[in-house]
Design a protein around this ligand. Structure first.
Ligand code: PMP
Length: 425
């Protein structure tokens, strides 16, 4: 659609019609929250049997009583299960409580306060910087902001971060201590890192000895289709390259069992885990191992988790497909609007030209809430004012359909406003 072909009068007329349509929808009194990647309530029915069977589980797995103190790094069976999921040995995994974000925050906090493997604590350095591929996960960026870590924005491409830029940054600057990565079904673009990108991350030269890749594998088994995409095992590459210490990985069952009440884990070299647990032992006596037993008993193994994830996918897939098909019907071939077509994860990433903020604002006036504009970029600075993160998991199909009506109208309005401004102001 080339709106610049129209006269001012025609554009104003089109704008009025779109505004009227939008307020008509507003009168339906819809309220749709698409701001966060949360499981929908019907997904929990799939995993409720875990709680129903809980009294019958064996809480003395391997001799120790999980109902008592002890076992700071989690129960052996949970470490094995997460190891299987992440492609690591149980020795390279510790299992904690419900949130992987908590473990990521804690890992940064320990590096800040105590330093890593004998290096200067980050808090005692003039400057600490992280590479932040963007669009990315807003809560990663929030951790950096909280600790005063300077963020360097690097473009996220279709096969992962722009590695030429990443390599040239980390090679020369010892104050760059980390990079955030969501390597599979990335938040928000849904891409999977290519083998080449994984290899380059694992083998690149870093000026900082205590450089860490925060490998947030939250969507490790969260495909929407039968054939889950394959992510190259970064630890295999790193082991060969002698860079195993560089990687911290994280995942959780927040989107397998219960969000906030699942089980989370961290994977790293044994030496890194020993250091991490030393600090952790001051903070807590042990994690909730009762929950770990429940998860191990219910989830069993990776093949069984795949079956559970197929149930989730059955509920999620139509929602993703509805959004994609409506956007395709409306904007296919139109350069002004672009969107991702993810094969997993919880998000669709939409890019427009210079009006994301206005679109999100317009949608909000009629009850459709998206993640605030700019959130997917460090410091909320989206130079192109382009990115909108769509989280389609929670609304019903009917709500989603209403929300997409709103989104399409909001895009039209914001776009005509832009053209009017450009041509006639
Ligand atoms: N990492 C990513 C990339 C996420 O999208 C989310 C949840 N939206 C989290 C971490 C948070 O996970 P948890 O519930 O394990 O803290």
């Amino acid at each position: 659609m080339d709106y610049s072909k129209f006269s001012k009068q025609e554009l104003e007329e089109m704008l009025k019609i779109a505004q009227k349509e939008l307020s008509k929808i507003g009168k339906r009194g819809i309220s749709v929250d698409m701001s966060r990647g949360r499981p929908a309530n019907d997904q929990f029915e799939t995993v409720m049997p875990m709680l129903e069977d809980a009294a019958a589980y064996n809480y003395t797995l391997g001799g120790a009583d999980a109902r008592n103190y002890g076992g700071l790094g989690g129960i052996r069976q949970a470490r094995e299960l997460f190891g299987e999921l992440l492609g690591l040995r149980a020795e390279n995994v510790i299992v904690g409580d419900g949130s992987s974000l908590d473990l990521m925050y804690t890992a940064v906090a320990f590096a800040m306060q105590f330093g890593l493997r004998g290096e200067t604590p980050w808090k005692d350095l003039n400057k600490v910087k992280f590479v932040c591929p963007a669009p990315g996960y807003d809560r990663h960026f929030a951790i950096c902001e909280e600790f005063g870590i300077e963020m360097i924005t690097v473009p996220m491409l279709e096969d992962g971060p722009d590695m030429d830029t990443v390599e040239s940054l980390v090679e020369d600057d010892p104050s760059i201590k980390g990079i955030w990565c969501v390597p599979k079904y990335s938040n928000p673009t849904g891409i999977v890192y290519s083998d080449k990108v994984v290899e380059r991350l694992a083998t690149m030269k870093t000026a900082a000895k205590d450089f860490r890749i925060f490998w947030d594998n939250s969507y490790v088994i969260h495909g929407l289709y039968d054939n889950n995409d394959k992510l190259k095992n970064i630890f295999d590459v790193a082991r060969k390259a002698g860079t195993f210490d560089r990687i911290y990985t994280f995942t959780s069952t927040s989107k397998i069992t219960f969000a906030g009440a699942g089980v989370a884990c961290m994977g790293a070299s044994e030496e890194n885990l020993v250091e991490f647990l030393k600090h952790l032992s001051i903070r807590e006596i042990c994690p909730n191992k009762v929950n770990q037993v429940m998860h191990v008993a219910f989830l069993k193994n990776v093949d069984n988790i795949k079956k559970i994830m197929a149930e989730h996918a059955k509920l999620l897939r139509p929602k993703f497909e509805l959004v994609i098909s409506r956007l395709t019907a409306e904007f296919a071939g139109d350069d002004f609007v672009k969107w991702t077509n993810p094969r997993g994860g919880y998000f669709i990433s939409l890019d427009v030209r210079r009006c994301a903020k206005r679109i999100i604002e317009l949608a909000k006036t009629v009850g459709v809430v998206f993640t605030p504009a700019g959130s997917t970029f460090p410091y909320h600075i989206d130079d192109g004012d382009s990115n909108i993160r769509i989280a389609p998991s929670v609304p019903s199909l009917e709500e989603l359909s209403n929300a997409i009506d709103v989104l399409i109208l909001a895009i039209k309005i914001a776009r005509i406003e832009l053209v009017l401004k450009k041509l006639y102001e």
